[in-house]
Write a protein that binds this ligand. Structure first.
Ligand SMILES: [Zn+2]
Length: 118
């Protein structure tokens, strides 16, 4: 990393109150400080850009939930034995078979399963 050449003209404002070396040191310190702040800002910007790039959905919560919403419907999530997807027992198409109840995502799946099992 290159040494920053920035130096505030402190020695003009305080003519003889402090030795020149100390003022130079202070100017250098302020330069480093400004550099550090600048670097931090750049890092924050980079981090923010990277985050929004890697997880664009998290940037605005609630807007991009494309997955099936298990929280929106009550009941239990059970697996449709025909197509394999999960469906809530609240909205499923049911088929009683023996002692258990099978849950299907659609009338279609239910019919397919029933015709195959018959
Ligand atoms: Zn299904």
């Amino acid at each position: 990393m290159k040494k920053p050449a920035r130096r505030l003209p402190l020695n003009k404002e305080h003519p003889a109150s402090a030795p020149r070396a100390a003022l130079n040191l202070m100017g250098e310190f302020v330069g480093y400080l400004l550099d550090a702040i600048f670097a931090l800002m750049m890092l924050r910007m980079l981090y923010g850009a990277l985050r929004s790039f890697l997880a664009p959905r998290r940037a605005n919560p609630g807007a991009g939930t494309s997955a099936p919403q298990p929280a929106a419907v009550g009941g239990q999530m059970v697996r449709d034995p025909e197509c394999g997807m999960f469906v809530s027992t609240e909205v499923s198409h049911r088929l009683r078979k023996g002692g258990e109840t099978l849950h299907f995502c659609s009338e279609d799946c239910l019919e397919k399963y029933r015709s195959r099992a018959a």
